[in-house]
Design a protein around this ligand. Sequence first.
Ligand SMILES: [Mn+2]
Length: 321
Amino acid sequence: MKKKISNIIKDSEKIAISSHVRPDADSIGSGLALYLMLKQMGKEVQFLNTDKAPYPLTRLPHYNVIKLEQIYPQSFDTFILIEGGTESRTGQKHIDKYFTINIDHHTTSSLDADINWVIPEAAAVGELIYELGIELDIRFTRDIGFNLYATIISDTGSFKYSNTTFRSLRIASELVEKCLFSPDEVSNLLFNSNHYEKVQMIPKVLSTLELKLDNKVSIIEFRRKFLKSLNLKDIETEDIIAIARSIDGVQVTLFFKEIENDLYRVSIRSKGEFSSQSVARKFNGGGHDHAAGFFYRGNIIEGKEKILAVIHDHLSDCSLK
Ligand SMILES: [Mn+2]
């Protein structure tokens, strides 16, 4: 598959890249690294996204090349999609007018692209972009390495999550060796560059903390009024979820992010045998074993009850194993 994709890339003159809506560090870092590789090969490249990335991802090297635009019909040879190849996932309306390549590591990835390179064992799509770069024989520059390393430490929680494999560690180490950036620069950018307002937000979100189902499930809420009171537009919240997930004995964490009245983005994080994505699928969402999400429309109290009922069934399945 790598070989096939690299041949298509070699045969293409004009290539567009897009990551998914509500982009994260993996989709942005992978897209930017791929952009830099293709530029190095002399290709005409555009990185077109639908949504702006949350701070601090906007500080990743070359973030400014990303344009928030729809792709024009018929102006590229190949359209490469990072983490999902559908219109709803990318927010790109003319996707069906293109030859598309979807590079993803979600088992729930739709296989609607012309070529789907979906490797669930990869902790981050950045690992796949790295392997593609080797196949394309590109020169691994500092900024390519910086972006790819960011994808891996972000999606593995700095090598703490269960998706961390010897391959993640090997690729991370090869990136440091080849690209000559220092790992702490990347960690500092991603994890030690919080705005003061963001830190003020943490106690507000944690004040909503509840424990359910024999303290195996923690729930936190992010209310729109928190943003307003601190004069913030949007914020990256993965680290706040990690605090709720870190409680001893908690197997599942639910994070309700209020988008508008009675509309929530629900993130599920889990540990051990509990599969987050099997819960998310019940609510038309998707993700990975230990991280998944979906949208919930309706009253939040009823929503919590419905979701907890599904989690309850899955928890008993796990304890039977
Ligand atoms: Mn990812």
